[in-house]
Ligand binder design. Structure first.
Ligand code: CA
Length: 227
């Protein structure tokens, strides 16, 4: 059973979708506007979102981008527009799948099953390894050259995010959005402070970097110092 939020302003479709999903044993909440939907999505533990693009208060595409900034929850978009450009836009904005109206209850049920199957991550996550750094996300354990690192939760999350994007330049804004869940707010100074703590724990400094490399004016990237 999954916890599903349905965001759709058309009452008839909203009821049909909610009923089909409830019949499959899911716990369904629904909303008729983008803002009410957003509130429900961020409020509880949501496993899947069914999102209509044509909403009265906000374009569903904008809502999709807002949700994506703070959450990896699977999203199935429902749209009346089936053009190639539209589908590409939806998937690029972070939707996991889409349904073109009108659709049958069978199609809806099948898409939801497929997306939930992908999302449950039945394969256990292995540790993320970069050089001598090993991060186990499920156990929240970090090791450097075989020695455990004593990291705060935010330090761990930040290091994990950087390590899983090793070699890529990550901006402070990315870190605020991904680690602090503050896509539109937060202070970049927070990132600087955590970076300096993290450097200290990794036994390096900005002047003598190893894993954490500052890219001036852009952000930071984590690399294997001895590839
Ligand atoms: Ca609509």
């Amino acid at each position: 059973m999954a916890s599903i939020v349905v965001v759709e302003d058309d009452l008839r479709i909203r009821e049909m979708v909610s009923r089909v999903l409830a019949d499959q044993g899911h716990d369904v909440e629904s909303a008729g506007t983008a803002m009410a939907g957003l509130e429900r999505i961020v409020k509880g533990v949501t496993d899947l979102v069914i999102l209509d693009l044509g909403l009265p208060d906000l374009d569903g595409g904008e809502l999709l981008t807002m949700v994506r900034a703070v959450s990896d929850v699977p999203i199935v978009v429902v749209t009346a527009r089936s053009g190639d450009a539209e589908v590409i836009r939806i998937l690029d904005a972070g939707a996991d799948d889409y349904l073109v109206k009108p659709f049958t209850s069978g199609q809806l049920a099948a898409r939801v099953r497929a997306v939930l199957r992908r999302g449950t991550g039945t394969t256990p996550e292995g540790p993320t390894v970069v050089g001598g750094l090993t991060l186990d996300r499920s156990a929240r354990e970090a090791m450097l050259d075989g020695n455990p690192l004593d990291l705060s939760p935010k330090e761990f999350d930040m290091l994990f995010y950087l390590a899983s994007h090793a070699g890529e330049v990550i901006t402070k804004r990315d870190l605020l959005a991904e680690v602090w869940r503050e896509p539109y707010g937060g202070s970049e100074g927070t990132i600087d402070v955590h970076l300096s703590w993290l450097r200290k724990k990794l036994g390096e400094s900005a002047a003598e970097p190893r894993y954490l490399r500052t890219v001036y004016g852009v952000g930071v990237k984590l690399i294997d110092p001895e590839p």
